[in-house]
Design a protein around this ligand. Structure first.
Ligand SMILES: Cc1cc2nc3c(=O)[nH]c(=O)nc-3n(C[C@H](O)[C@H](O)[C@H](O)COP(=O)(O)OP(=O)(O)OC[C@H]3O[C@@H](n4cnc5c(N)ncnc54)[C@H](O)[C@@H]3O)c2cc1C
Length: 477
């Protein structure tokens, strides 16, 4: 197994291992290892455990909550935990934690014709292990749900080096309790209110849940995910996708009409002003003189005949709102889907690039963003509150995200220390408002190191202590 030692050596030779897309600074570690299989990973974890060395698990480091940034101790990189193979069930594939989403998509195209892996978190260079650990979700989670729903089996290594296999359906909690042959009696903490549907904040807790769901979204706190069985779905005949350029009033009405229309919507996304002008300024990319609210939608189309029905329905809804079909981009072909996906991806990528530049000049600057979500019917009210908070912070920002699921990301771009404080204050206030409306402080990125403090808005101290106790009881096995 490849491994390296020495804080300065690692800083000099492997700087990439000490940061992720959050641009959180201060990352350091004394040792790092790249196991190639479960046995090697178990040995390394066991040794660290015996010596009391904390281990940070590092996937593709596309995370934006700083979870993979080590603050001392050891790093275990999943880069070499590779392999994609079929299982006896034609609907699942077995994938090593270090494989990227891109490689899963390529494999499905090559080997699983007519099938696809639905969770589509925007950053396709993310590792499968990382997406399971954060319960990542993307635009398509409006129809298909988050990663959780698409995981059938996990192989996990606990910090002590113990190997655990958990298959969906094998182990279930009843009234918050369950006795596992290896882990002993596990008792879930009681939560005063159930967690929101889209939620990546804290451990996943529900009194009648499957044990596998405790590990999904646990952000590396309960152990290393070595491999996962991913469930595939049958591809629809085609996917229609559109970007509709409209004004604010049209946007909210259109969103509501589409959510209520009898259409198999896969995505309902938003880019909110000044996103387009921000992109023009920072990428040099010109945009036509359209209205500056953008609603992205994609629709699963079951058959050739349905194409006309989808188009007619969409045209009718747009017409009612006074929006011409000419003010839309899109179509039914791969090229259109790719073009719109790239446009959506470009916005967070551009923000991350700018933040990374600012952070290299001022180490206190890192990504300050929201990953809050509220029940979808509350989104319009929540957006207005969010906008007021952002405006009064005086920090440059863009807002975009998964409008169909009540989930908008505000990305702030602070230029100095004073703005950093203002941005962090704004993010806390936005998180507090989300929880007041029955939402979450993190819907898909996890809380990592940067957002762990926001958990206090969502859970009482007793609940947080309960989650910590549960973590201790599992990681001590
Ligand atoms: C431009 C851009 C767009 C993005 N869009 C989305 C989006 O739409 N939806 C979304 O959900 N996220 C999005 N993200 C965030 C990121 O891609 C996801 O959080 C992703 O799941 C992280 O995977 P990773 O392999 O990079 O994990 P890392 O960043 O390496 O790690 C993330 C966390 O998981 C833990 N971890 C990693 N691998 C394992 C493992 N094998 N076992 C146990 N724990 C592990 C780490 O310790 C850390 O706490 C985006 C990021 C970028 C840069």
């Amino acid at each position: 197994m490849r491994s390296v030692r020495g804080t300065h050596f690692i800083q000099e030779e492997y700087p990439g291992l000490l940061k992720d897309e959050s641009s959180l600074s201060g990352g350091n570690c004394q040792t790092a290892a790249w196991p190639e299989n479960a046995m090697e990973a178990a040995e390394y974890l066991k040794e660290c455990f015996a010596n009391g060395v904390p281990v940070t698990i590092s996937g593709a480091r596309t995370g934006i909550a700083g979870g993979a940034v080590p603050m001392g101790g050891a790093v275990l990189s999943t880069d070499l935990l590779k392999g994609i193979q079929p299982t006896s069930d034609i609907h699942t594939i077995r994938v090593g934690a270090g494989e990227t989403l891109d490689s899963v998509y390529d494999y499905c195209t090559r080997e699983k014709s007519g099938m696809f892996y639905p969770p589509d978190s925007t950053e396709t260079t993310a590792s499968v292990g990382g997406t399971v650990a954060t319960d990542a979700s993307g635009a398509g989670s409006y129809r298909y749900g988050s990663t959780r729903k698409w995981i059938n089996r996990l192989q996990i290594i606990l910090p002590s080096g113990t190997l655990l296999t958990v298959k969906r359906g094998d182990f279930n909690f009843h009234r918050g309790k369950f006795r596992h042959p290896l882990l002993g009696l596990i008792t879930l903490p009681e939560l005063k209110t159930p967690q929101p549907v889209k939620n990546a904040a804290g451990l996943h807790i529900s009194p009648e849940m499957d044990l596998i769901d405790l590990f999904i979204g646990s952000e590396g706190k309960l152990g290393l995910i070595v491999e996962a069985d991913l469930i595939l779905s049958r591809k629809p005949h085609t996917v229609a996708c559109f970007a509709v350029f409209c004004n604010e009033k049209q946007f909210w009405e259109l969103r509501s009409d589409l959510m209520n229309a009898n259409l198999p919507l896969r995505e309902l996304e938003a880019m909110i002003p000044p996103s387009l002008s921000f992109l023009s300024e920072n990428t040099g990319r010109p945009f036509p003189e359209y209205e500056d609210w953008v609603l992205f939608t994609s629709i699963d189309v079951a058959s050739e005949e349905d194409i006309d029905i989808v188009l007619e329905t969409l045209e009718m809804i747009l017409e009612e709102k006074g929006i011409s079909i000419d003010n839309t981009w899109g179509g039914f072909d791969e090229a259109s889907i790719k073009r719109l996906k790239e446009l959506r991806h470009l916005l967070p990528e551009t923000v991350n690039r700018i933040i990374s530049g600012l952070s290299s000049r001022n180490r206190r600057i890192h990504k300050v963003s929201t990953d809050t979500a509220v029940p979808p019917e509350q989104l319009e009210e929540y957006y207005r509150t969010m906008k007021n908070i952002l405006r009064s912070s005086g920090v440059e920002h863009v807002v975009f995200g998964h409008s169909g699921q009540g989930h908008l990301h505000a990305n702030l771009i602070p230029s100095d220390n004073d703005q950093m404080e203002k941005a962090e204050f704004a993010v806390e206030r936005i998180a507090e408002e989300a929880v007041k409306l029955g939402g979450t402080v993190s819907a898909e990125h996890g809380t990592g190191k940067l957002k762990a403090s926001l958990l206090r808005f969502m859970y009482s101290q007793k609940e947080l202590d309960g989650m910590n106790l549960l973590t201790e009881s599992i990681t001590s096995c």
